[in-house]
Design a binder for this molecule. Structure first.
Ligand code: DX5
Ligand code: ZN
Length: 218
């Protein structure tokens, strides 16, 4: 079986203790740290920007998977790159020039990821797939943690997996991932799972068990 990567979303962490929370999920076995950036415009919620990312960067050496739910994207790419992102993903729905955004991310020396909302068809990645490192399929409508997994997206996971073929492109899932839903998307071809509420529930002493439960179920 393929190794599955678990990327805890710090959206569900205690924001008053963010540095400690990042250390805690690192120690608990997180593979990546997923950072959800929301602007109150592209999505109906506001989280944090590059300065917060920069503040938590010294607390772990883990890969920073930065999920931008903002529009426009391009004016902020450099700031997130300099703040310590390893990979920057953005929504194909965020603007008319996604390929330009990929170029801007690559120009910063960072990996680029393309994100699709639940209502956007698999074909939206086709023309861009050769130029990205990751495709992220949302299994909730972006904006909030703790929402229910949208099952109809599982079919799209298989479709995008087929489009990826043997390219070295990561296929990531975000939203409502739990030990119950993880196997559905892994079976369809996902290799990286974001989980917020399912990792952070129960506080720091539960993180290792929560991460393990998702990994084992997947
Ligand atoms: C949703 C965010 C997700 C969210 C996942 O807009 O992009 O990363 O934090 O949270 P859960 O795992 O609780 O659905
Ligand atoms: Zn996310």
């Amino acid at each position: 079986t393929r190794p599955i990567r678990i990327a805890p979303s710090i959206l569900s962490a205690d924001f008053a203790r963010l540095g400690e929370e990042v250390r805690a999920v690192d120690a608990a076995g997180a593979d990546w740290i997923h950072c959800d950036v929301m602007d109150g415009h592209f999505v109906p919620n506001i989280t944090f920007g590059p300065d917060v990312l920069k503040a938590i960067r010294p607390h772990t050496q883990k890969f920073f998977d930065v999920h931008l739910m903002i529009a426009p994207v391009d004016p902020y790419v450099e700031a997130f790159a300099k703040a310590g992102a390893d990979l920057i993903s953005f929504h194909v729905e965020a603007g008319p020039h996604p390929h330009r955004t990929i170029q801007a991310i690559k120009a910063q020396g960072k990996q680029a990821g393309l994100v699709l909302n639940p209502g956007t068809p698999a074909g939206a990645v086709e023309a861009l797939i050769a130029d990205v490192d990751l495709i992220l399929l949302m299994t909730v409508n972006p904006g909030f943690g703790g929402q229910s997994f949208i099952r109809s997206v599982v079919e799209k996971v298989s479709q995008v997996k087929a489009l990826i073929g043997d390219r070295p492109v990561t296929l990531e899932i975000d939203g409502g991932v739990t030990p119950e839903t993880a196997p559905l998307v892994v079976k369809a071809g996902a290799d990286t799972l974001v989980a917020g509420s399912a990792v952070f529930k129960g506080g720091p002493s539960a993180y290792a068990g929560n991460i393990d439960a998702i990994r084992k179920a997947a």
